[in-house]
Write a protein that binds this ligand. Structure first.
Ligand SMILES: Cc1ncc(COP(=O)(O)O)c(C=O)c1O
Length: 431
């Protein structure tokens, strides 16, 4: 019954949304329910979710559901009226940051948050130039599309954005010894600043995802960010950290992925996990930047920061704290990573294993010496995993890096199932 229903749904979707609206897997999944780290398809089959970071504290967490339900039954307006929720949330959120990042603005999507950050940085510096990493993705509005060399045609034509090589200790730069990579990648940032200057464009800042999530969760050379930012700040630019993927404790040890490098951003953007699926995003920044931006032009967002969204976001903070999910991310993250390294010992196709907390990148190569990307194997593997009931995906310039970021209440039992299913799936694709 449901196979026909799913086929019919797919055809209706193609007709009304077009064939280019992306869908995961060779056999698209028709999901109808979620609970914790599990999702259920229309046949009632359950899948272990090792991909979705938006249901951060678990699909349909009862505390978040109750918070949304209670607030939606009471009042939902917008931020031009006083309401406790937005003030409570902004107060609680900013305590998670360095003291210098003391004010917040709220929006609905990560793209909007990055859009605000761009406007704020350009307005404050009087510059236009933004440095990003190659193969970045920061969202889908017109200005933000210019930053995304991964999927966006705008990036190729923008005069005000320059992409630098992805700082990556696994692949490195030809002819550069490993110990010099930090300097070499930072030199590329300096070269981009010089190129802007040559074009008569003043720098506004560098906007990066500090854990390089869309680039493949890379191991960055130590000191890269510090050295790159020294160049950026010397040229009058700001550091914008996109924490849309890496924030809210995903990387375990810290609330924010920029903390790993110890360089404090001027502006931080937030999204995805913030409301556990309810659309809320934000910008946390230096008070002088937010004040100056607000004075310059009015910012209002009809839905951003409304009482229901803030109730969801407050509940997410409650669960992260009460269930000690950052500590869990450290412990279970290390456990999964050890298992992934065991698999690397068994399967030649695994070239590199990287992780921070509950964020994993597993780079597949057809030859460990040449590091030729094993793009086809990565595609086969994620589909084999899906057939076996475990959901993961892939990313990277060559689409050869397995990407795994389960909801934060992921346990060692879930990890065992993930690792066993990976072993079976690697065996299958190896033939
Ligand atoms: C790092 C990063 N920034 C920003 C965004 C954009 O967020 P949204 O889709 O909520 O606009 C994404 C979305 O994938 C992202 O991965």
């Amino acid at each position: 019954m449901t196979e026909a229903t799913t086929k019919d749904l797919l055809e209706r979707r193609f007709r009304v949304l077009g064939k280019h609206s992306p869908l995961f897997y060779e056999q698209p999944l028709h999901l109808v329910r979620g609970e914790g780290v599990w999702v259920y398809d229309a046949d009632g089959r359950k899948y272990l979710d090792v991909y979705n970071n938006v249901p951060h504290v678990g699909h349909c967490h009862p505390h978040v559901v109750a918070a949304i339900t209670d607030q939606v039954k009471t009042l939902n307006t917008h931020t031009r009226y006083l309401h406790e929720n937005i003030v409570n949330y902004a107060e609680r959120l900013t305590t998670k940051f360095d003291d210098s990042l003391s004010m917040a603005m709220l929006a609905c999507t990560g793209s909007e948050a990055n859009e605000i950050a761009l406007r704020m940085a350009r307005q404050h510096t009087g510059g236009e130039g933004i440095i990003v990493t190659d193969f970045a993705y920061h969202g889908n509005t017109e200005a933000v599309s210019e930053l995304g060399t991964a999927f966006m045609p705008e990036a190729a034509t923008s005069h005000r954005v320059r992409a630098v090589p992805i700082p990556d200790t696994y692949r490195g730069l030809e002819g550069v010894p490993t110990e010099s990579l930090g300097d070499a990648y930072a030199d590329a940032v300096k070269a981009a600043i010089d190129a802007f200057t040559a074009d008569g464009i003043k720098l506004a800042g560098m906007l990066i995802c500090p854990d390089f999530a869309n680039e493949g969760l890379l191991n960055t050379p130590p000191e890269f960010i510090a050295r790159a930012m020294a160049h950026v700040r010397a040229a009058g630019g700001l550091y914008i950290a996109d924490e849309v993927q890496g924030g809210f404790g995903r990387t375990g040890q810290h609330w924010w992925s920029h903390e790993w490098e110890g360089v404090i951003p001027d502006i931080v953007t937030l999204g995805k996990p913030m409301g556990n699926g309810h659309p809320i995003s934000g910008v946390v920044a230096r008070a002088d930047l937010i004040d100056q931006f607000g004075q310059w032009g009015m910012y209002f967002n009809t839905f951003g920061g409304n009482p229901v969204s803030c109730a969801a976001a407050l509940a997410v903070l409650d669960v992260l704290e009460q269930e000690q999910l950052l500590q869990n991310a450290v412990a279970v993250g290390d456990y999964v990573a050890a298992g992934l390294r065991d698999l690397q010992g068994q399967f030649e196709v695994i070239g590199d294993v990287r992780h921070k907390g509950l964020f994993f990148g597993v780079e597949l190569v057809s030859d460990r010496l040449s590091k030729e990307p094993a793009t086809k194997a990565a595609g086969e593997l994620i589909n084999a995993m899906r057939r076996r009931g475990v959901l993961i995906s892939r990313i990277g310039k060559h689409d050869n890096i397995l990407k795994m970021r389960p909801p934060m209440p992921f346990s060692t039992e879930h990890a065992d199932l993930l690792l066993a299913t990976l072993a079976d799936s690697f065996s299958e694709i190896q033939g």
